[in-house]
Ligand binder design. Structure first.
Ligand code: NAD
Ligand code: MG
Length: 395
């Protein structure tokens, strides 16, 4: 069997590290061709020493110089910049690309992988939220394969018929149900939410993740982004996608069929399961994750999301209903607001206000090409920055 050749975008992050953990368990199956990272260059260096990729890519030229001299003895070629990210995402010698850069920065390299007809393992949900229409059209046009890494969407993918062709109705699907843990503030008294710190917001009860997605989980914007992600991945109408809070994160999502059947994927909350699933698909491989011990699962609880507490979920539905560029504006404003919160420049409860203000400010327009998407991203960011500045003056 020839080995699957991989580019891992965002190798130094939480998903990247989990991906390399799975890859290292199967040296006969996988060969790493390129690794990319932005900060944590020591981690990238160690990863290169272990996996011996042909290329390593960083964002800054000065970082590339430093890394190149550190790696001189192993012959990994170090490249810098956005063009280099696109380059390693589209190399002819690469079969599959793990898209695990966080945020809008991942859009262009992920699109480059799609346009090269790769098997794309999609963790970078923000790219799909921003540019869903463009993205899915390019997948068809270039014959790329898109496999979801997000645990909920991977669970839905596993719970749909194997030959699902994008028509939920003809597959007998009534509803897609995305589970949400509710994050660290599910039961925190509302009065305390105004004061929560980035450290508290990043302390997720079930999953260890990057800081941006951890804050998204605390506001539940993560679930909002995932609703939009599901809209595109499964060609689902907004009313076919439901969110249910499930604090144990054991049921990773469910599909309800017209005959009353509900099919779900369950397991321990560890991203190596969806990563291994997508890497080996349609085969199954060891991921390092222990099987779920049903006898230790004492309870599986399900609750309706509290939209008062988590206005970001409603904002995401609002942008999805508005369509066009609105999800790109939502995503951009969220990235700005979360970064400001992490910097101590915006109170937690203001994150939703900033996003809402950006959606009010930027007019809804079609977003049928990348230009329109990038313009929406820019306008969303500008509107959000103005709003953050307004709140900062009142701090
Ligand atoms: P992370 O912050 O841990 O890692 C992000 C990676 O992207 C790092 O390698 C970083 O160096 C790189 N990066 C950041 N900014 C960049 C830039 N401007 N240019 C190039 N590279 C850049 O994030 P994560 O938790 O691994 O999440 C990655 C993606 O996967 C996100 O889109 C997130 O929503 C999604 N996701 C993560 C999880 C999880 O459990 N961590 C689960 C589902 C989906
Ligand atoms: Mg998820």
């Amino acid at each position: 069997m020839s080995r699957q050749r991989l580019t891992i975008l965002g190798a130094t992050g939480s998903i990247g590290v989990s991906t390399l953990d799975v890859v290292a368990r199967h040296p006969e199956r996988f060969k790493v061709v390129a690794l990319t990272g932005h900060r944590r260059l020591d981690v990238l260096e160690a990863q290169c020493r272990q996996h011996r990729p042909r290329y390593a890519v960083v964002v800054d030229a000065a970082d590339a110089k430093r890394l190149a001299s550190a790696l001189a003895d192993i012959g990994t070629e170090v490249l810098a910049g956005h063009d280099a990210l696109e380059y390693v995402a589209s190399l002819p010698e690469v079969d599959a690309v793990m898209a695990a850069i966080v945020g809008a920065a991942g859009l262009s390299p992920t699109l480059a992988a799609i346009r090269s007809g790769k098997k794309v393992l999609l963790a970078n949900k923000e790219a799909l939220v921003m540019a869903g229409g463009v993205f899915m059209a390019e997948v068809v046009r270039w014959g790329a394969t898109l496999l979801p890494i997000d645990s909920e969407h991977n669970a839905v993918f596993q719970s749909l018929p194997h030959d699902f062709d994008g028509d939920l109705h003809s597959s007998g699907v009534r509803k897609i149900v995305l589970t949400a843990s509710g994050g660290p503030f599910r039961t925190t008294p509302l009065a305390q939410l105004a004061e929560v710190t980035p450290e508290q917001a990043c302390a997720h009860p079930n999953w260890v993740m990057g800081r941006k997605i951890s804050v998204d989980s605390a506001t539940m914007m993560n679930k909002g982004l995932e609703v939009i992600e599901a809209r595109w991945l499964f060609n689902a109408a907004p009313e076919q996608i439901e969110v249910v809070v499930h604090p144990q994160s054991i049921v990773h999502s469910l599909v309800q069929y017209v005959d009353g059947s509900v099919v779900a994927e369950l397991g321990n909350p560890d991203m190596r399961t969806p990563i291994a699933h997508a890497l080996a698909y349609p085969e199954r491989i060891e991921s390092g994750v222990a099987s779920l011990d049903l006898f230790s699962v004492l309870q599986l609880n399900f609750e309706k999301p509290d939209l008062q507490r988590f206005p970001c979920v409603a904002l995401a539905y609002r942008s999805l209903m508005a369509g066009g560029n609105a999800p790109a504006v939502l995503n951009a404003a969220n990235e700005v607001a979360v970064a400001a919160f992490l910097d101590g420049a915006l109170p937690f409860l203001r994150i939703a206000d900033v996003i809402s203000a950006a959606l009010d400010t930027v007019p809804v327009q079609p977003a049928n090409d990348l230009e329109a998407v990038l313009a929406a991203d820019e306008h969303g960011r500008a509107a959000a920055r103005t709003c953050v500045e307004f709140f900062r003056k009142r701090l």
